[in-house]
Design a protein around this ligand. Structure first.
Ligand code: GLN
Length: 200
């Protein structure tokens, strides 16, 4: 089967780093801004950045509803940090007007690990990632307050949930795209491949 085509939602955030990580994990990666571009991809990454900005721009560009529709239909998606917030069914402390795409039955708390100057790195054991702990880069990171029955916790740090999967949706509080370790992206590329096989 041909190499999967994976989009990176390119409204705001660290798009380039995800494009590089996906290419290193054997996917063809390209930025996605418009509904027509979204329609073409086999999977989608929602980058880190600022979830309030991504939310506003998604509405402004007319891509919020198409995103919700594709995620509802089972498009494999992976969100890091702000991207995790975008995939949460509920935000504990949303800014006014802040919306999410949803897709994972979880409640997230924004900036839960502290402000910018409290950013840190820590080894994180992620279910489904073989070998050494993943180097987790946490930048004004959210944590997951609670998950519903359908969502599976893949990792915790300091007693807080930092990686979750529900069906074809994956989310991490931290940023594997910033470390040069592509194992979490490889896990996502595998999810995309498995979904294509199931659909074909
Ligand atoms: N705190 C940011 C937000 O609420 C996320 C930060 C990040 O993506 N590194 O969107």
């Amino acid at each position: 089967m041909s190499t999967p085509l994976i989009g990176v939602l390119a409204l705001q955030g660290d798009v380039r780093e995800h494009l590089v990580a996906l290419a290193a994990a054997d996917a063809v990666a390209r930025p996605v801004r418009r509904p027509e571009e979204l329609a073409e991809v086999d999977g989608l990454v929602i980058p880190g950045g600022e979830s309030t900005t991504i939310s506003k721009l998604a509405v402004l560009f007319g891509v919020m509803e198409p995103l919700r529709a594709r995620v509802r239909d089972g498009l494999p998606v992976y969100g890091t940090c702000a991207g995790m917030i975008m995939l949460a069914d509920k935000i504990l402390d949303p800014r006014s007007g802040q919306e999410t795409i949803g897709g994972i039955d979880m409640i997230v708390r924004r900036n839960a690990f502290g402000r910018q100057n409290e950013s840190f790195e820590a080894g994180v054991d992620v279910e489904g990632v073989e070998g050494d702990p993943v180097e987790g880069v946490f930048i004004r990171a959210p944590w997951v307050e609670s998950v519903g029955a359908g969502a599976e916790v893949l990792a915790e740090h300091d007693g807080h949930i930092v990686a979750v999967r529900q069906g074809n949706a994956l989310a991490t509080s931290f940023h594997p795209e910033l470390t040069g370790d592509h194992r979490v992206h490889a896990l996502f590329v595998e999810m995309v491949r498995a979904n294509r096989t199931a659909e074909s």
